[in-house]
Design a protein around this ligand. Structure first.
Ligand code: ADP
Ligand code: MG
Length: 390
């Protein structure tokens, strides 16, 4: 689950992590009050969306008068912001954070992530922070430094000193940075985060460290013990199909391709997607219907798959263990009848009651291509979806 920048900054304040003073606007009528309480005659207007790259896309603007502030707020509020991190539609701007401008001397990159390779929380830093960090990472990877935290001893003084030295910080900045990193680590662990990215962390003209941006991701698997985080979740920023699938307890991730996959088991789902790619196709989604699937869930899964207009072919790949293939077959038939599906479906049923399942499909009125061999099934759905066959 992603937090908005303003939510991240509210969290920073609770952990004594220095950030800017600002207020959230959700309606233009609040503007005058906010401008009065936040700054004097200059403000930074920041669109709140779950995506970075706002600066380059016109979503972060410095304004020098109330009139300008008013114009920018009206331009942004209710619009969709397209950045290099969003899709072509962009993300809806439903709120705007208005904060005081900061006199920047230097922009640093600082992130804490859960690193799967080392199985540790990793501190990532770069002296070249700011809006071009992706380019720095690509062209000068040696400028991105990584420091894993040992989970038993936690963040160590020697490690902190090394990071400060690498960033070229003087003593005064180092003292601030060490406190900052300790506080972020504490917040990271207590709030079950999987990412904190501060880009930029700025050094101000009077040598103070301030977190100017905030990207915070909470580990979804820990939301059950972070009820406060759950309460501030902003569904308007999330993929509609993924949200719906989550409510139905289906494991679904939207992708860019055209071939929908319906599979049981995450491993098999990954293998199915790989196979589609290997044969030159593009999967439209990852979908693991899970082990306790029944006819109703298969129909719901089809509904989600078919609400994606890019989809022009469906590959169903079920390995029946606990799941019975005849139940899946009944679901496919039910979905086809209910939804009048007019795109090709290739089905591969293997394992428990596969024979009965295939029998059910053969005896029904639905047109489904059956293929026992997974390689052939993948090739078939690619061929059919390319043709636009029914
Ligand atoms: P994004 O990463 O989505 O582009 P940021 O919050 O990082 O958004 O803002 C982009 C850039 O705008 C920053 O790198 C910084 O240079 C500038 N900026 C952002 N907030 C402020 C502020 N309060 N004062 C001065 N400059 C700012
Ligand atoms: Mg940023």
């Amino acid at each position: 689950m992603n937090l908005h920048e303003y939510q991240a900054k509210n969290l920073y304040r609770k952990y004594d992590i220095p950030t800017t003073k600002g207020k959230l606007l959700t309606h233009p009528s609040q503007l005058d009050d906010i401008l009065r309480s936040v700054g004097k005659n200059k403000w930074v207007i920041k669109a709140q969306v779950h995506a970075g790259g706002r600066g380059k896309a016109g979503g972060v603007v410095l304004v020098n008068s109330k009139k300008e502030a008013n114009e920018e707020v009206r331009r942004l509020l209710g619009s969709n912001l397209v950045t290099h991190q969003t899709n072509a539609q962009g993300q809806a701007v439903n709120s705007i954070y208005i904060e005081e401008p900061c006199e920047i001397k230097d922009e640093i990159y600082l992130a804490f992530i859960v690193d799967r390779t080392s199985q540790r929380i990793m501190i990532i830093t770069s002296s070249e922070g700011g809006m071009d960090i992706e380019e720095v990472a690509e062209r000068f990877p040696e400028k991105i430094l990584r420091n894993p935290i040992n989970p038993i001893v936690g963040i160590m003084p020697a490690q902190c000193r090394q990071i400060c030295e690498d960033l070229g910080f003087d003593k005064d900045l180092s003292v601030q940075m060490i406190d900052l990193m300790k506080n972020i680590y504490k917040m990271f662990v207590q709030k079950d985060l999987s990412l904190v990215e501060i880009n930029p962390l700025v050094v101000t003209k009077d040598n103070k460290l301030i977190c100017l941006d905030g990207k915070v991701v909470v580990d979804n698997s820990a939301l059950y013990r972070q009820p406060k985080m759950n309460e501030i979740r902003d569904d308007s920023q999330e993929d509609e199909r993924e949200l719906k699938a989550e409510k139905l307890d289906l494991n679904y991730v939207s992708l860019d391709g055209n071939i929908a996959c319906m599979v049981n088991g995450a491993g098999l789902a990954m293998a199915t997607m790989d196979l589609i790619k290997t044969h030159g196709g593009e999967p439209a989604n990852f979908l693991d219907v899970g082990g306790s699937v029944n006819e109703k869930r298969v129909i719901e899964a089809f509904e989600i798959i078919l609400s994606d207009t890019k989809v022009n072919g469906i590959l169903v790949n079920i390995f029946g263990g606990i799941v019975r293939c005849d139940i899946i077959a009944a679901g496919i038939i039910g979905a086809a009848e209910k939804m009048n599906i007019n795109i090709p479906i290739v089905v591969r049923l293997e394992g428990t009651n596969a024979k009965e399942g295939l029998e059910l499909i053969k005896n029904s009125n639905v047109t489904v291509y059956e293929e026992a061999d997974l390689d052939k099934a993948a090739l078939k759905i690619i061929e059919l979806s390319n043709k636009g066959a029914k």
